[in-house]
Design a protein around this ligand. Structure first.
Ligand SMILES: [Zn+2]
Length: 324
């Protein structure tokens, strides 16, 4: 899950390394003003970013100190300076790692605290690029608050992104029949794409439709007025909370919400029994569990009316929830 903050932290890690590399060059080619200016501006950029992220004060202070010392040529090229430089380097990296961890610990659903639930390791024996890898390809976090799982780390070059395949017509008809059994009216808010099969089937089933694309209204959306809300695709990013919030406030009292997602328990089961790797597929969705979904929906004032595990190889959970 790449948030803007996470991207910023990755850029800062790289900047730390290139600053140290630059200073090493500066040490061997003394008096090079261009190298000096590069090092100083790199350090000042880091300082500014660390301040913005409310990093540890001593790291900010040392970064500033290093910049001042280099700017004013207040150092001699000796072992002591090099030690000081590397002490700063490791301290800065450690702080950035802490900040990254704090970032991935925040549950995208409820902003509760997540802990590492499962790290999928993959060993590649020299592929065509000769790369070898033995490290977590994908890390799942479990939220202690709402009990859901979210993706904290993924090596995108390992994971093959499959094009999202839509629901078949038969499946859409079955989903709509499930909804109809519990729905109390024919007004629907569809959160998703108007090109999807599910949208088309809902229109031909006679629903009066309004549409939201993500959190962007395609047609005017009236709060508290829909008998049914369908979320076509619940993403794994930070919008998930906003989408669920929007869905809930759009429902009328007694209205129902439908959404689905990959079934984590089933996927884990297949992994243990058959070795089916769940990190070979792209995880652009939050993996759901029956228990976790119940907890999650309670946060939004919804109760689970029906929870169905469907599909054979790629199990999914379909949830229908009701607004009290
Ligand atoms: Zn949570």
């Amino acid at each position: 899950m790449a948030t803007g903050k996470m991207n910023q932290l990755v850029v800062m890690v790289n900047l730390c390394s290139s600053v140290v590399e630059g200073i090493e060059h500066l040490i061997t080619s003394q008096g090079n003003d261009r190298l000096k200016e590069d090092a100083v501006s790199g350090l000042l950029t880091l300082e500014e970013n660390l301040k913005g992220l409310q990093a540890d004060k001593s790291v900010i202070h040392e970064t500033r100190w290093l910049a001042e010392v280099i700017k004013n040529w207040l150092f001699v090229y000796d072992g002591e300076f090099r030690d000081r430089l590397y002490r700063w380097y490791f301290k800065a990296l450690k702080e950035l790692r802490n900040l990254m961890f704090a970032e991935i610990e925040i549950c995208p659903v409820c902003a509760g605290k997540g802990t590492v639930h499962y790290g999928a390791s993959l060993y590649i024996e020299g592929d065509e690029e000769g790369k070898e890898l033995l490290s977590p390809v994908r890390i799942f976090m479990k939220c202690e608050e709402c009990g859901n799982y979210y993706l904290a780390k993924e090596e995108p070059w390992v994971v093959k992104r499959k094009k999202k395949t839509g629901h078949s017509q038969a499946k859409c008809k079955r989903i709509l029949a499930d909804i109809e059994r519990l729905a109390s009216g024919n007004t629907m808010l569809f959160i998703g794409s108007q090109n999807s099969q599910l949208y088309k089937e809902a229109v031909s089933a006679g629903y009066e439709m309004d549409v939201l694309n993500g959190t962007e209204p395609v047609s005017p959306v009236i709060r508290g007025s829909y008998a049914v809300v369908i979320i076509e695709h619940l993403t794994d990013n930070r919008d998930m909370n906003a989408i669920l919030d929007r869905a809930t406030e759009s429902l009328s009292d007694g209205g129902i919400l439908w959404f689905d997602g990959p079934d984590l328990d089933k996927s884990m089961d297949l992994l243990q029994k058959k070795g089916n790797t769940l990190w070979r597929q792209a995880a652009s969705e939050v993996y759901l569990t029956k228990e976790g979904t119940k907890n999650l929906l309670r946060l939004f004032g919804l109760t689970v009316e029906s929870s169905k595990s469907v599909g054979t190889t790629l199990r999914r959970i379909e949830i229908i929830a009701k607004k009290a």
